[in-house]
Design a binder for this molecule. Structure first.
Ligand code: DGL
Length: 276
């Protein structure tokens, strides 16, 4: 049964460990809240899957978290946010459901000065055009060009986040994207996949200092905070700041790979493996 009891954790899910970059921001802004994170590591990546499959996976992940007992669901995956928010909201109503695309678009609009915004994301997110539509609805004059960077997910999951080889791959993706803008280059680059912030330094080195990098993490955390306050469901229980993890594949691998994304060590004993 659904419950919005305020001392329940906030459920967060992603295809893998990428959403831990969002959890990190949530924890920083909401240190009194408890979180239950689910990484669908057995089926990562979602980025090249069809919208139908991603919606099915998202409903299964959401269902598993709802069954555990959560007061809000954060879809910390752009690919899933792009296609499954409506399905999740209607399936688990009245549970509040928050995605990461709108917060990412808001961050981009707040950052750009020249209105030229480059977006990098998974193939699914780019093909669906969700960032283009969402940014345009907020900033109708913006010029938005989005390119998929599917290899970044593999690099991030592998922990290959810096060095010459990584920067060469980043350059291979970014150079044609920036060139597509013609003479006036973008001043804002949206990291439209929650796996990408761990590659931030390599991406910034290639993009150069005139292009600002934005992601959804902080703006998503602010959105969640507002909803908690408006719905009056802030945690008032004795247990505060606890994170538990669920994964659909090896707990050891989740803990080892996930640490750098969360910015703190994850103990294998805190990760429970489930089937969806
Ligand atoms: N982290 C996910 C996103 O934000 C997707 C990565 C993947 O599974 O392809 O889009």
């Amino acid at each position: 049964m659904l419950s919005r009891t305020s001392n329940l954790p906030i459920g967060v899910f992603d295809s893998g460990v990428g959403g831990l970059t969002v959890l990190r921001a949530l924890r920083e802004l909401l240190p009194d809240e408890n979180f239950l994170y689910l990484g669908d590591t057995a089926r990562v990546p979602y980025g090249a899957k069809s919208p139908e499959s991603v919606i099915k996976y998202a409903l299964q992940a959401g269902g598993a978290l709802v069954q555990e007992g959560i007061k809000m669901l954060v879809v910390a995956c752009n690919t899933a946010s792009a296609v499954s928010l409506d399905a999740l909201a209607s399936e688990y109503s009245p549970l509040p459901v928050v995605g990461v695309v709108k917060p990412g678009a808001e961050a981009a609009c707040a950052t750009t000065i020249n209105g030229k915004i480059a977006v990098i994301a998974t193939e699914g997110t780019v093909k669906g055009g969700v960032y283009q539509r969402t940014i345009c609805s907020m900033h109708p004059d913006a010029e938005i060009i989005a390119h998929p960077c599917p290899l970044f997910v593999g690099l991030a999951e592998e922990g290959w986040v810096d060095g010459e080889l990584v920067e060469a791959i980043v350059a291979r993706y970014l150079k044609p994207l920036f060139a597509a803008f013609g003479d006036v280059k973008p001043d804002t680059l949206v990291l439209g996949c929650t796996h990408f912030p761990v590659l931030r330094e390599a991406i910034a080195n290639v993009a150069g200092s005139s292009i600002k990098l934005v992601d959804s993490a902080e703006t998503t955390a602010k959105t969640v905070k507002n909803i908690l306050n408006e719905a009056q469901i802030c945690n008032v229980g004795d247990v505060k700041g606890k994170i538990s993890f669920l994964a659909t594949d090896s707990a050891q691998r989740f803990a080892a790979v996930g640490g750098p994304f969360l910015g703190e060590k994850i103990d294998t004993s805190d990760v429970r493996v489930i089937d969806l």
